[in-house]
Design a protein around this ligand. Sequence first.
Ligand code: ADP
Ligand code: ZN
Length: 739
Amino acid sequence: MGDDHANSRAPVGAGETPGRVRVLLPLPLAEAYDYSVPNGLRLAPGDYVQVPLGNRELTGVVWGPATGRVAADRLKPVIARHDAPPLPEVGRSFVDWVAAYVMSPPGAVLKMTLSAPAALEPPRPVLAYRRGTVDIADARLTPARRRVLEVLGDGPPRLPVELAREAGCGTGVLKGMAEIGLIEAVALPARPSGLRRPDGSGTRVELSPDQAAAARTLREQVQGGGFGVTLLDGVTGSGKTEVYFEAIAEALEAGRQVLVLLPEIALSAQWLRRFEARFGVPPVEWHSDLTSAQRRSTWRAVAEGEARVVVGARSALFLPYPELGLIVVDEEHEQAFKQEEGVIYHARDMAVVRARLGEIPIVLVSATPSLESSVNADQGRYRRIHLPGRHGSAVLPAIECIDLRLDRPERQRFLSPTLKLAIAETVAAGEQAMLFLNRRGYAPLTLCGYCGHRLECPNCTAWLVEHRLAGRLQCHHCGYSTELPARCPACETEGSFRACGPGVERIAEEVAESFPGLRAIVMASDLIHGPIQAAELVRQIESHEVDLVIGTQLVAKGYHFPLLTLVGVVDADLGLAGGDLRATERTYQLLHQVAGRAGRAERPGRVLLQTYMPEHPVLQALVEGDRDGFLAREVDARALRGMPPFGRLVALVVSGPDAGLVDRVAANLGRTAPRADGVEVLGPAPAPLAVLRGRHRRRLLLKAGRGVRVQPVVADWLSRVSVPGSVRVTVDVDPYSFL
Ligand code: ADP
Ligand code: ZN
């Protein structure tokens, strides 16, 4: 492996423990391990190295000087250093910081950075052919072979596929020719990623005075550099995207990389197109739908600074940027930024940390900022930029409640007469409508009409959801799926099942009955397989091949459909039932976001919320357009109860297959709960999802004052309770899910 990144590297551990380094491995180990450095190998912090572990070989990162705790003769040597730009210091301190904050082993966090280890292998040379040294009289050549030689001439080596295509033969012909020396294989160095760099060459809109002022502030922030958080707060359609594009342009001009976090990157076709229109090339994408080859080349392009703008979901935050100069978190209030499995972290919060460590600006963007960000702005920790109105002639939609107690749908139907009339009027006017229901499938509950037996998941405390299009019952928690049984498992009555309540598929059925000939589509995550299909549906809506869109929260996000003027929310009460800490905030944000899909162009929009409790403060705030009043009341309520962001929460979930063991560990945790000042522990109590994937679950919640450093308190607590191997205690710092 070469040494071309060696110039600026100070060797590790000068004067400390020579010949040794500490290497962090991408595994959930408690700490980094020492390795000896073979003679002749120079290593610096951040270098990617190949090391032995047991009888395996792994890629790790040189983390610093060795601890020196292991005897020299027991140390294993580093095998080799990979030829790649080292993980910059800020990337390493970020891994350490996140690990300490979320209470995960640093190696588990490093694994998110080392997310494409194959990218570290030397790029494979490319095979090409040129004319060989053997000459055979033309007459003895087959026509195909003659054409190959003609195409090659005395020119440079050609790639096999191109050569075969031009010569009109198969690549087998080339192999045969190479064997007898008519042509000769040569290895060309791998081609560079070939990524074109985004520039400001695309079309720019003429910013309104408000937008221009906002853009100027952001540009200044980027120019000045240094850490700073800006909350870009403006109603949907006010041009927030156009404004932060200006900040991106500024960072690119300054030669810095940019990261944009979007909650649902796989479904962001419109955003990608807008980016390309503005910057001349598409951004580099990072999400779970990439092939392994794409991951490899993208990771490498980021590490080498070839990728200038990366747009991605949570995990893009951990890529090894050498020159990151700006982070944008769009829809910053979205709960999708919270990763709930593996390393449990909030990507928005960690993005702020990454910006602080890198001393760069970060922009949080939302029409309905999270309460946390809002309070930070009010208290002066974040700068707030406000975009007051919709761009151009577009006005905010009128929002009204439909009181389902008075305006009743027919039996076993879910659309009220008023909503149906509005749909008919909208479509008759040549416009489009959207029905929003945040529930996949046909019906959330299926029960036996004879004995009342409910079909439940065998692995979870959850009902099975009927998906009629797929002909299955599914558990939305563990993925369990089965056919609808012919007879009730409890009373054995045949054909007695009844669907209770609506999912989007059932709404689609009602629409088809009520509006024959209406062109309706359903958009839900289980019905859309990948970004290409999503983009196709978006195209159909944009080109008015569709009159009505029925969708889950998938459709709430960021789309801009000029002809869409009516949004009907089938069940506005849905999110309010659970009553957890963030239920009202989340419902407000979601409904506001959905409402924001209506009337985004010249035609004004209308939003109808079907509800049984029109007097509920969340719905009142939506109808009155009183976002700030709503937020203020919510802030007061949280402050009064010492809830985040005025206090801190850490959730512990104890889980395991044996309910008795789980209870014992949970009870021990309850007994040993910390009793420090300003710290309070609630529970243990059975989790709302008391069984998940066959594991019994108990919850404890630690609540502490804002000034308390909770991590040492929790670490000390956990160290005093012994946990058998089959039981797991999951720590969730700043929990968002209370299931
Ligand atoms: P937001 O991100 O706040 O929802 P967008 O940036 O998506 O708003 O803007 C909404 C729509 O209005 C987009 O189609 C955008 O291109 C258009 N738009 C916003 N500002 C302008 C402007 N100054 N000139 C022309 N079109 C604009
Ligand atoms: Zn299940």
